[in-house]
Unconditional design. Structure first.
Length: 139
């Protein structure tokens, strides 16, 4: 089992909820690794106070889709979000533009919509975890 630590910083103002800074790295255990200067600055000294409040258990399958000058990562995540005594299933397709025009990203999303009963969701896995903690609907 591979463990990935992901640190995400807010959402960019220009593109709404579709743009944010993100740092990922493999980790061996539960202790966060905060040796990146940008992450340390982002946390402003709060790193020592970090504690898990929910967990995301996911098996990811990913592919790169090339369309003209665009490269899009298509990932299928299957699993669950667990917070205290509650959990919610997770089954999502995530599309991320790695290079090229955003137009290709939305064109691929429309193609996926034609062949699968998927629907657009904007809740992140973290938002789902916090909703579980607050006993609010996850969908």
């Amino acid at each position: 089992m591979e463990r990935i630590q992901t640190v995400k910083a807010g959402y960019g103002a220009a593109a709404g909820s579709f743009t944010r800074e993100e740092w990922e790295r493999p980790v061996a255990g539960d202790t966060p690794i905060l040796d990146d200067p940008q992450i340390r600055d982002l946390l402003a000294g709060a790193g020592q106070k970090l504690a898990p409040v929910f967990e995301v258990h996911v098996k990811r399958h990913s592919w790169n889709v090339i369309d003209g000058d665009a490269t899009i990562e298509a990932a299928l995540d299957l699993g669950k979000v667990v917070a205290a005594d509650r959990e919610a299933p997770l089954c999502e397709i995530e599309l991320e533009k790695k290079a090229g025009s955003p137009t290709a990203l939305f064109a691929l999303a429309r193609k996926v919509n034609l062949i699968t009963p998927a629907h657009l969701g904007i809740l992140s896995k973290a938002e789902r975890g916090y909703r579980l903690l607050a006993r609010r609907p996850v969908r």
